[in-house]
Design a protein around this ligand. Structure first.
Ligand code: HDE
Length: 703
């Protein structure tokens, strides 16, 4: 009998030679030329480049030759440096860190990273604006993405949330329309990163379900002072599932340890010009100086009976559960302590997906969430060039990963062996499914006809918008009314403005009046019949940022305007106080070159005043010497610095010699204007500055 060929899964004699990749890596270690090559520049094929300055031409002044593979490779790679940016959330800033649970949450979930307080789970967080392109500014009025990838020992869990706890729409079907309406108008290609235009307001005016989110988007939440000071929300209702298979609904909340703060709209507008990277720089610099941003993760958990008892549907993503109804339970903290080493490789290529869950976390039937479960992988296929983007270092799980998915574009793994299917008998050690440890979907009961319908329980569009508005403090309400007047003021089509006013009447008639007055359109609101008449809900003070703000300077920035001959003893005292409070102090001079203090000390300002308007600081000090004050008065940048700080209701410390500048700015002395002289005042100034702004000044000056 002749021996049949290829019956054995393994050849009789195994090839024991090292894998060729182990023999010679990219550096070509086995080759004798290694020494000569040193750190030479090479092509992507490893060929050492002899001349990186000149193209290959036919003759000294002749045409460039097509055969110049060095030039062509370099230019080709450059041409493709930009990958398609995210269709939404294109502009983002990210950082690495860790998450640590406070305790074993085993009674709620079997997710391992929530069960052991000794484990630090690595995370990568990315914060983003939604509407603008990747190169747009950091401070448009917009929702912010708040996405966190947890590299857990059981696989990656992505909590892909926003800094606002509700969303514009109830069903995924409307998402492309929402985004088309919000982004620049397709014929003219503007406005960039702005909702203040007709198509956005046209769409939302015809989608009353968006009213609650619109109230949030017009509030201070949409102009955060810092990414480090934003709250974050998972938005949808999710499920926790315990080891016993018991499931409970859960909503996720992030709270920044240093508190939340926002900028005023006028500041936002000016910051976008003065420092378009204001948020990105702030996050990066804080991490570089070791001032690590930190958030507490809390959950609201509730069972089916509680869900039934609420006056709205927990599957409706335009609704929230007030903390007064269901308190937050803190479950852990996230610390961001490492900047990306490479923005593109990490922040740009990171691929979040609400469908990345681990055992113990599961979905609800929220129709917006269900649509998202499809969208993220789909978009990433084109954004990241194929189905292997999970192999990129930023996306790879940190736990072992084995399966039989093979090949495709950008394959960087080199799977070994002849078996790439399951079941198989040729590779008994190959990976197998594992019912005991594997992800088990919670067996929620489903039944019903197939239909396309908006649930009846989703139709109250105004009550929570009203709740939000009425839970705000007076300054926050003022900002909402002004934001509506600003945005609608940019809307050219009068009928759209009228429709929005019609909705605002249902949200709160007083708000509607204020916006009408702001627009000069008194009595012009459309009569709109609500799908469900709004009801008055109990006020929720925790929705207000100002009501719960604690006085602090932690993570804030003090800008000190200095001149030749300023008092360095005061600067030293301010610096010490700033450090004690966890604030950063920066000197702003007439120029960036050195100046001499009164005692002869050499000071190097961080900024020139023309490049560092007061909008870049939380509070300012005018530490100008008597001899310099007249010259400083003549500088527009100096006066704008002071006028803006005053108009933005900031706490202004001043040395007595700087008084003429305040006089010139016609700044009426109030609780927020604090004298600092050689004998003292630093403590009073710091105590005042912890409050951020003097809201009472707003009656005199409205920015
Ligand atoms: Fe997203 N969203 N989204 N979204 N989303 C994307 O995914 C989408 C929604 C959120 O930093 C895209 O990789 C649909 C709600 C964040 O990389 C895309 C719907 C919330 C980020 C996408 C929503 C979010 C995205 C664009 C409605 C808050 C940025 C590129 C059904 C809970 C993540 C990408 C990052 C990104 C689709 C609604 C948050 C197109 C279809 C609600 C933070 O897949």
């Amino acid at each position: 009998m002749t021996k049949p060929k290829n019956t054995s899964p393994t050849p009789a004699k195994r090839n024991t030679a090292p894998h060729p990749f182990e023999q010679a890596g990219n550096g070509g270690e086995l080759h004798q030329t290694t020494d000569q090559r040193g750190h030479s520049l090479t092509t992507n094929q490893g060929v050492v480049i002899a001349d990186d300055q000149n193209s290959l031409t036919a003759g000294e002044r002749g045409p460039t030759l097509l055969e110049d593979f060095v030039l062509r490779e370099k230019i080709t790679h450059f041409d493709h440096e930009r990958i398609p940016e995210r269709i939404v959330h294109a502009r983002g800033s990210g950082a690495h860190g860790y998450f640590q649970a406070y305790r074993d949450l085993g009674e709620l979930t079997c997710a391992a990273f929530l069960r052991n307080p000794d484990v630090l789970t690595p995370v990568f967080a990315r914060f983003s604006t939604v509407a603008g392109g990747a190169g747009s500014v950091d401070l448009p009025r917009d929702v912010r993405g708040f996405a966190v990838k947890f590299y857990t020992e059981e696989g990656n869990f992505d909590l892909v949330g926003n800094n606002i706890p509700v969303f514009f729409i109830q069903d995924a079907m409307k998402f492309p329309d929402l985004v088309h309406a919000a982004k620049m108008e397709p014929d003219r290609g503007y406005p960039q990163a702005a909702t203040a235009h007709d198509t956005f307001w046209d769409f939302v005016s015809l989608m009353p379900e968006s009213m609650h989110m619109i109230l949030w988007a017009m509030s201070d939440r949409a102009v955060p002072r810092s990414l480090r000071m934003m709250e974050g929300f998972g938005v949808h209702t999710f499920r926790f599932v315990s080891a016993e298979g018991k499931s409970i609904f859960v909503k996720f909340h992030w709270r920044p340890r240093i508190g939340s703060a926002s900028v005023l709209w006028d500041e936002a507008v000016k910051i976008c010009g003065a420092d378009p990277d204001f948020h990105r720089r702030d996050l990066y610099e804080a991490i570089e100086r070791g001032d690590f941003p930190e958030w507490e993760l809390s959950v609201q958990t509730f069972d089916e009976a509680t869900a039934e008892s609420l006056p709205f549907d927990v599957l409706d993503p335009t609704k929230l559960i007030p903390e007064e109804t269901l308190p937050l339970q803190p479950i852990g903290k996230m610390v961001l302590n490492h900047n990306p080493d490479n923005f593109f490789a990490e922040t740009e290529q990171v691929a979040f997906h609400p469908g990345h869950v681990v055992p113990g976390i599961d979905f609800s039937d929220d129709p917006l969430l269900q649509g998202r479960l499809f969208s993220y992988l789909d978009t990433q296929l084109s954004r990241l060039g194929g189905p292997n983007f999970h192999q990129l270092p930023i996306n790879r799980p940190r736990c072992p990963m084995h399966n039989f998915q093979r090949d495709a574009l950008m394959q960087t793994d080199v799977p070994l062996g002849r078996v790439n299917y399951e079941p198989n008998s040729l590779a008994p050690e190959s990976p197998k499914e594992n019912p005991a440890a594997g992800f088990a979907t919670h067996p929620a009961t489903q039944s019903g006809d197939k239909m396309r319908v908006r649930p009846e329980s989703f139709k109250d569009h105004y009550s929570q918008a009203r709740l939000f508005y009425r839970s705000m403090t007076a300054p926050e309400q003022d900002h909402i009314a002004s934001a509506f007047a600003f945005e609608l003021g940019k809307v050219e089509t009068v009928a759209i403005r009228r429709r929005i006013l019609g909705h605002l009447c249902h949200v709160d008639p007083e708000l509607c009046d204020r916006v009408e007055r702001g627009l000069g359109m008194e009595g012009q609101a459309d009569a709109i019949a609500p799908a469900a008449p709004p009801v008055d809900l109990d006020i929720s003070p925790t929705l207000s940022l100002l009501a719960k703000a604690k006085p602090t300077l932690e993570g804030r920035k003090i800008g000190v305007l200095v001149s030749e001959g300023c008092d360095s003893a005061i600067l030293d005292a301010l610096q010490t106080a700033a450090e004690t409070e966890g604030a950063v102090l920066e000197l702003i001079g007439p120029h960036v070159g050195e100046i001499k203090s009164r005692s002869g000390q050499i000071l190097t300002p961080h900024h020139a005043v023309a490049a560092a308007p007061s909008v870049l600081f939380d509070t300012v000090v005018l530490a100008i010497s008597g001899p310099a004050v007249d010259a400083m008065k003549q500088k527009a940048a100096v006066m704008n610095f002071i006028l803006d700080a005053y108009a933005h209701l900031k706490i202004i410390g001043y040395t007595p010699d700087a008084m003429p500048l305040l006089d010139r700015a016609e700044a009426a002395i109030d609780d927020g204007i604090v004298e600092i002289d050689a004998r003292g005042g630093v403590t009073s100034y710091i105590d005042a500055a912890k409050y951020g702004r003097v809201w009472s000044r707003a009656v005199l000056v409205q920015a």
